[in-house]
Design a protein. Structure first.
Length: 420
């Protein structure tokens, strides 16, 4: 008998996926960042970067960005790219101010949602039913919304006291409130300027100070979205439409219905963000007041890897950088240059540890240049302050691009029954 040995076939090694950041590691990173920020505040004496007022303003500016991002999340989880978020926000600002001026601010909130949802419905009809390219449809909606609101303003606002073809009359405020006792105590603690303790007090105090009721609603929508999309059968079916619509249809899911629902809800979220701008942020509709926040919301969604929690972090980051131009921008941004230089040095050390020496060298060079910018100037120009949110948007997207995973069928054309 032959005694030849037969080698057993070896199981293929599983593909090495990207490691997910665990919660303890994430919390440790956040704690380390807070320590660095506190140290930079003490070194630069720029107490405004963690003041209660700065954080409160950042939260108010983050809300419309976050709502637009939530709108993008709903649509793209169902497989529809929604570049039209900006136009849906514009519709929300106009309808919110128009109805708020006539029937009160809460009615304006409802009409803002309806206005954005109408834009979402139009996007759904064009992309889902007629299978038009999602990008083309979104851009068309942005242009259409801008022209439609200008046209409607000539009839609705001109002739009214304070109204023109580019702005509405003033709208009554929804009001604001503080958490009794807690807000004052945190503001006092923040004013002590102690290391780390005062910075934490400023961060938490900004969340509980000068709050609008609509801000509370918007923040609550983040965990609600997570629960609906990841913990309900409705959410599972909706997400399956964005991952594999053919397989979803084979299991009895009405893909068209879920795509329509997702995009209309997406428009409603964007419209609510627009209504926030005209009813809370300024109490008036102004042409162009969205300022590209629909696009930044889309960037926040991508930064958050199509997840509500990451989206909220991205919106908070962009809201904070946007708030810098309203409160001591030149001084605060100049102080943050030192923080950026320190972060780049840490990044270079990480690349050395990973033996990626070219990346480490480039990162170190950029860090040195940023540090030289900080040491040779006392304040940054206003143009830099204004551009900071958009520069941060580009940098964050560039640095996070390697770990992103969009829904597999996002933006892909789909026809009912195509899997048969």
């Amino acid at each position: 008998m032959s005694t030849s040995t037969v080698a057993k076939p070896q199981a293929p090694k599983p593909a090495r996926g990207r490691r997910r950041i665990s919660l303890p590691v994430l919390l440790l990173a956040v704690a380390g960042l807070l320590v660095l920020v506190s140290a930079v505040r003490l070194i630069t004496d720029a107490n405004g970067i963690t003041s209660t007022g700065q954080m409160s303003t950042a939260l108010r500016l983050a809300v419309p960005i976050g709502l637009a991002g939530l709108g993008g999340l709903w649509a793209e989880r169902a497989g529809v790219v929604n570049i039209g978020l900006e136009g849906m926000m514009i519709l929300g600002t106009w309808f919110g101010a128009w109805a708020g001026f006539q029937w009160g601010p809460w009615t304006g909130v409802a009409f803002g949602i309806i206005g954005g949802a109408l834009g979402g419905l139009l996007h759904a009809v064009v992309t889902v039913t007629f299978n038009v390219n999602h990008i083309v449809s979104g851009v068309a909606i942005n242009i259409l919304a801008l022209g439609a609101t200008r046209y409607l303003s000539t009839f609705a606002f001109e002739g009214e006291e304070g109204g023109t073809s580019k702005q509405s009359p003033p709208v009554d405020s929804l009001g604001t409130f503080d958490i009794p006792g807690l807000s004052d105590w945190l503001q006092t603690l923040n004013g002590k300027h102690w290391f780390l303790v005062s910075d934490l007090a400023g961060l938490i105090g900004g969340i509980f100070t000068n709050l609008s009721p609509l801000t509370v609603v918007a923040v609550a929508l983040v965990p609600v979205t997570w629960w609906v999309l990841w913990r309900t059968s409705f959410g599972l079916r909706l997400r399956s439409c964005g991952e594999n619509p053919v397989a979803a249809e084979s299991l009895g899911v009405n893909v068209y219905k879920y795509k329509y629902l997702a995009v209309v809800i997406s428009g409603g979220f964007a419209g609510l963000g627009g209504a926030f701008l005209s009813l809370v942020a300024s109490n008036i509709y102004l042409e162009g007041q969205t300022g590209g926040r629909g696009y930044i919301g889309l960037a926040a969604m991508i930064f958050g890897n199509w997840m509500p929690g990451g989206l909220a972090l991205g919106a908070g980051l962009f809201g904070y950088t946007d708030s810098l131009k309203l409160r001591g921008g030149g001084t605060n941004v100049h102080a943050l240059l030192l923080l950026l230089a320190l972060l780049l040095v840490i990044g270079a050390a990480y690349f050395v540890w990973k033996k990626r020496y070219v990346h480490a060298a480039v990162t170190t060079l950029i860090g040195v240049l940023v540090f030289l910018w900080y040491t040779t100037t006392n304040e940054v120009p206003n143009q830099v302050v204004t551009a900071t949110p958009y520069v941060v948007t580009l940098l964050v997207l560039a640095l996070s691009a390697q770990r992103l995973r969009m829904p597999k069928a996002d933006g892909m054309p789909y026809r009912r029954g195509q899997g048969k």
